[in-house]
Write a protein that binds this ligand. Structure first.
Ligand code: ADP
Ligand code: AMP
Length: 216
């Protein structure tokens, strides 16, 4: 039961892979972006505090995020952290949190991909807001445009997946989250994968680096 951080820019495919691994291996996906959107949709205090940052493509303050993740952590399945940590302060807090629960340190997988591909993926992304499941209009289209294959519900485009906000989110990623690659490298907890490959190839490599590919 090892906890794993999926590290990579917005649009790198973290959520797509987390959903696949969650289904096949009983991991629990903790996506801070999905959790924040739920809070925002329910109009909670946290949702109200986070809304402006999310709309502008900026990071929500570390204290709020860390408290939210702390509340989500249960002692059952291994966790796939998707979109968290995003700053060195969050990574340090996660290490301390997991250690205090006797879980040992999480390993990290870095989804390596160029900025132009991230933009292309975010511009064509369609999401099921209830389940967090994502599609891409060209790379991973639903059977019927605008409809989720699984639950038949409508797909929407996120309001931060528009060109100006995408640019801001990519700048924020490069400035604030890229240092985490060195953070996990220093403690020899980082594996890097080529995230430009098609979904099934990325899954294959991911399972291999996680040592989960035996018998599958
Ligand atoms: P993240 O969670 O890292 O922000 P997503 O999993 O939401 O990224 O993927 C972003 C977009 O790219 C989605 O539209 C998704 O369908 C698409 N996508 C994900 N993985 C791949 C891939 N390997 N090849 C092409 N498109 C992909
Ligand atoms: P995501 O769904 O991961 O693309 O996140 C959407 C938005 O939620 C980001 O642009 C941030 O505003 C906010 N967010 C999600 N996760 C974090 C985090 N770990 N730290 C700070 N802000 C976050």
């Amino acid at each position: 039961m090892r906890d794993i951080v999926l590290l990579g820019g917005p649009g790198a495919g973290k959520g797509t892979q987390a959903q696949i691994l969650q289904k096949q291996f009983g991991f629990r996906q903790i996506s801070t972006g999905d959790l924040l959107r739920e809070h925002r949709n329910h109009g909670t205090e946290l949702g109200k505090a986070a809304e402006g940052f999310m709309k502008r493509g900026e990071l929500v303050p570390d204290e709020l995020i860390i408290k939210m993740v702390e509340g989500e952590l249960r002692d059952d399945a291994g966790v796939l952290f998707d979109g968290f940590p995003r700053t060195v302060a969050q990574a340090e807090a996660l290490d301390a949190l997991l250690e205090s629960r006797g879980r040992g340190m999480a390993g990290a997988v870095y989804f390596q991909i160029d900025r132009a591909s991230l933009e292309e993926r975010l511009l064509g992304r369609w999401t099921n807001p209830r389940t967090g499941r994502v599609y891409h209009e060209t790379f991973n289209p639903p059977k019927v445009a605008g409809i989720d294959d699984e639950d038949g519900g409508p797909l929407v485009q996120r309001d931060d997946d528009k060109p100006e906000t995408i640019k801001k989110r990519l700048d924020v990623f490069e400035a604030q989250t890229m240092p985490l690659v060195a953070y996990y490298q220093h403690s020899e907890r980082l594996a890097a994968i080529d995230a430009t490959r098609p979904v099934d190839e990325v899954t294959h490599v991911l399972l291999h680096v996680l040592g989960l590919d035996h018998g599958h």
